[in-house]
Design a binder for this molecule. Structure first.
Ligand code: EPU
Length: 420
């Protein structure tokens, strides 16, 4: 297994270019199963998760080839049965269920199960499929979904924590080939859902309202091949902005969508970070002094849960008390005890982490537990004096394209080494 060795305390300086969004790419890759014609997706980031999704598509019978920054997929002849072992390894793979159900009228896919950040049920995905007329059976760890025909209907897909991103994506994809009109109320408004809707419309679907809580999908008889460019990754953007602020650096972030990141940029401003937008660039510079702020994660356009861990690392450096409340995934505080190894003063109180910020951080060996917690530990290590070893960075490689290379270009002293 690999780790990052970081010699911290070096302010980041220079320019970094943001890659395509992982969480937009995964459902868009799955959507190519809806047609037997070729599709080309540009800007798919090279990550273990996207390569893994390509493997899943191949296991279903599709051809998928990365070439010159594009991914060409053709799902000419496919089967509806996704391999248990493959699906189990990546939760995002659940979004092949909607397209398979739509195209083949049946699918058998393993239940994705929980993960370290929380329970992660799929009841809302299944509720949506049932509302379209599918019969659902849970059998031996698999979900069997089948329908003689799918028929549009009106449904409410809100759950305990609000809307569901992949649930909305899955049901929207299934509804594209249903008879009649589907209305999804309490739909997720995330930019990744909008990107998927744009791709589906380019394939010939008829979807309106994407980006709002009411999605309307008028079913069509068939979809055709299409080309699409993935939106920039808003969470990678947030991560580099936070890293620049945490190291007292000055970084220009290129190829980003500030309009997808208002909640994060607003909080960074409150925390004393200067942000200047010019076109699709963001210039980030730490102000003189960081300030404590309270952060609550919420569905879009609220503060994203996927940037909560990274923000926690920054607030550990801000003098005063910050309260960070996690409203989406109940266990998403695995980074707290590891940041404490670097000297951060943080405690978990129910759904919140209380951060007594402003203590200097010093390097230590730490363990990555999930993707965004890993990013928080890298940020902590970059800001800490001395050497930090972040172990198990395969979590990080799932969602950040060459993060070590990008950080080195900004002057960070970071190396990828084999864990001893
Ligand atoms: N939920 C249910 N029932 C469901 C589905 C979700 O109760 O059927 C609950 C979840 O337990 C959670 C909330 O609804 O409390 C939101 O979960 P959501 O379904 O929106 O999460 P997801 O679609 O499985 C995607 C991203 C996550 C990101 C969340 C929230 C992908 C591949 N994953 O997951 O990304 O945290 O939306 O924005 O798009 C990451 O990139 O690190 C990551 C975990």
């Amino acid at each position: 297994m690999e780790s990052f060795l970081i010699k911290g305390g070096v302010p980041l300086h220079g320019e970094v270019t943001i890659s395509g969004s992982k969480n937009a790419a995964l459902p868009i890759m799955a959507a190519t199963l809806l047609t037997d014609e070729p599709c080309v997706i540009r800007g798919v980031p090279h990550l273990s998760d996207t390569h893994f999704m390509a493997e899943i598509l191949k296991s279903l019978g599709a051809e998928a080839n990365f070439h010159n920054g594009s991914l060409a997929i053709r799902a000419k002849k496919i089967r509806g049965y996704a391999d248990y072992e493959l699906v189990r390894k990546m939760r995002g793979s659940i979004c092949v269920a909607g397209p398979l159900l739509a195209r083949l009228r049946q699918t058998r896919i393993s239940l994705p199960g929980g993960c370290v950040i929380g329970a992660r049920p799929i009841n809302l995905h299944l509720k949506g499929f049932e509302a379209l007329g599918a019969k659902i059976k849970i059998d031996g760890g698999y979900v069997d979904a089948s329908a003689k025909k799918l028929a549009g209907s009106t449904m409410f897909l809100g759950g305990r924590a609000g809307s569901t991103v992949l649930g909305t994506a899955n049901v929207m994809m299934a509804a594209t080939l249903a008879d009649g009109v589907t209305v999804i109320e309490s739909a997720a408004c995330e930019p990744e859902v909008v990107d998927l809707a744009n791709f589906l419309n380019a394939m010939g679907a008829d979807i309106s309202g994407a980006g709002s809580p009411t999605l309307t999908i008028s079913g069509v008889n068939e979809l055709h091949g299409a080309e699409h460019e993935i939106i920039p990754d808003r969470i990678e953007t947030a991560t580099f902005a936070i890293a620049a602020a945490a190291t007292n650096g000055e970084v220009t972030i290129k190829n980003c969508r500030a309009d997808h990141l208002r909640a994060v940029l607003d909080k960074l401003g409150d925390a004393g970070v200067s942000i200047r937008q010019s076109g699709d660039n963001l210039a980030v510079r730490r102000g003189k002094r960081l300030r404590a702020v309270d952060v609550t994660t919420l569905p879009y356009p609220g503060f994203p849960t996927d940037a909560q861990a990274q923000m926690s690392a920054l607030l550990a450096l801000a003098p005063g008390i910050s309260i960070i409340t996690e409203r989406i995934f109940e266990s998403r505080f695995m980074h707290v005890s590891e940041l404490a190894r670097l000297g951060a003063d943080m405690e978990i109180e129910g759904p919140s982490a209380i951060v007594k910020g402003g203590r200097p951080l010093s390097g230590a060996p730490v363990m990555a537990s999930d993707l965004r917690a890993s990013a928080a530990l890298v940020i902590g290590g970059l800001a800490a004096k001395g050497q930090t070893q972040v172990n198990r960075i395969y979590h990080l490689d799932r969602g950040y394209e060459r993060m070590d290379v990008k950080l080195r270009k900004l002057g960070a002293r970071i190396r990828r080494v084999e864990e001893e």
